[in-house]
Design a protein around this ligand. Sequence first.
Ligand SMILES: NC(=O)C1=CN([C@@H]2O[C@H](COP(=O)(O)OP(=O)(O)OC[C@H]3O[C@@H](n4cnc5c(N)ncnc54)[C@H](OP(=O)(O)O)[C@@H]3O)[C@@H](O)[C@H]2O)[C@@H](O)CC1
Ligand SMILES: [K+]
Length: 498
Amino acid sequence: MKIFSAQQIRNCDQFTIENEPISPIKLVERAAETCARWIENHFNKTSEFQVFCGNGNNGADGFSLARILYTKGFDVNVFINEKNSKYSQEAEINLKRIREISGIAVYDFNEIEDLGFQENSVLVDSVFGTGLNRKIEISVKNLIQKLNHLSFPKISIDIPSGLFADRSLEENQIVFNADETLSFQFWKKSFLHPETGKFCGNIHILEIGLSQKFIENEHSDYFVIDETEIHKIYRPRNQFSHKGNFGKTTIVAGSFGKIGAAVLATKAALKSGSGITFARIPACGYFVLQSVCPEAMVEVSGENFVTDFPVENDHVLGIGPGLGTNSETQKSFFEFLKNYKNPVVLDADALNLIAQNTEILSSIPRNSIITPHPKEFERLFGSTENSFERLELARKKSKEFGIYIVLKDHHTQVITPEQKVFYNITGNSGMAKGGSGDVLLGIITSLLAQNYSPEEAAVFGVWLHGKAGDFAAEKNSKEAMLPSDLIDELGNVFKILA
Ligand SMILES: NC(=O)C1=CN([C@@H]2O[C@H](COP(=O)(O)OP(=O)(O)OC[C@H]3O[C@@H](n4cnc5c(N)ncnc54)[C@H](OP(=O)(O)O)[C@@H]3O)[C@@H](O)[C@H]2O)[C@@H](O)CC1
Ligand SMILES: [K+]
């Protein structure tokens, strides 16, 4: 699914109004009805809704929602900034409709303290939406601060007030702290970055019938990886195929004390479809790997750490988990990078070795995939102020070095040399454990070996990894799930795709 900027969303809104055609007030009504349906399915009629409305069309949504909820039998109060005289046309019409209903009281923002809310209250934030264009002024700032201190369930309409749709926060910005965000049609970039996404609670993207024609034709470099995208990438196995059709994967990993990393990466490669899987590890891990991964072939290199790198051109190499940073490993790894031309997948210590001498970055074979977490990324490319800036730096570096960057985060981003960004929305905090990254390297290397393009392998790989993580969390809890459980769930994820 494409992600649009606030301006593009406004254009889509306008295009829909002109071409469906539909009047702006009807479009607001449609958006509000969609929210009302969601609320009706999630709250019972004893709830009392306190709806806070701004003066733009986010406020218009709030007024309309308040009226619809009232007609459905909920108790509703509406709050506005009485000092505000400048309303959008749709907000003005909908506020007028509210004032005509005697059962809905309209209060000023300042009155919340005198009123005191019933304990069955639900707070609805319809103050600012995608039209926020500057730092919030003091009166609204005070309101949001007060609301944030109340412990009632909190719902934001379209976007928590105070967040910009497509950029980071202003300094000291106050943001409504939602439990649920009911957002229209599209993911917003700010939902997907940790500094801003933390205000959204659970995100529900509600379809409101904006123009498909506009959505198809409008260019965006930013995407959310959804199941439709994955179904396009996934290729079921042909029943007449044999192991030779699914590529050769070689995992180069492990050192004394870190053989587990090699095991996890190798197992993950085996369980994500690789035809023939090799593990190149130091001798100290030989028996362990042979016992726990009997399907893999083991090549020994060095005693306690890997001392030489294979140059088999028909294998796809995944390098790094538990490799260690011994100077001998580094020497042969750098030598290998200088001579090898096929795409490889690099993670963990492979990236730490490169970070020790970043001149070697330009020797990474074109179209390779690197999978750094934020700290590894910083060691390679330098620090940035926030995750929005980090993403833009990653786009620049991806283009400069002709490599795919899988920037691991709460919502991992796949960045391509053509400047595209794919945000992953599968996965959970139970995956924030040592070993998860080793599994991801195994999966992506295996997919690349099966002839998926680097973009497909990275996008499909992060989605599979997250989805298997979600299945593992469901069975074992986020606390107790292990990266090994995630590997065990890969089969169930492939089953839902078939
Ligand atoms: N897009 C769609 O497809 C659909 C969109 N819909 C809805 O429309 C919403 C967007 O509406 P919108 O454009 O009217 O903007 P909105 O967020 O209500 O605020 C703008 C107002 O706030 C003001 N203002 C801004 N910053 C401020 C600040 N810091 N402090 C104080 N004031 C500030 C600004 O003032 P101005 O800049 O004019 O002075 C203006 O008056 C969208 O989020 C969704 O809910 C749906 O109804 C239907 C489908
Ligand atoms: K809002």
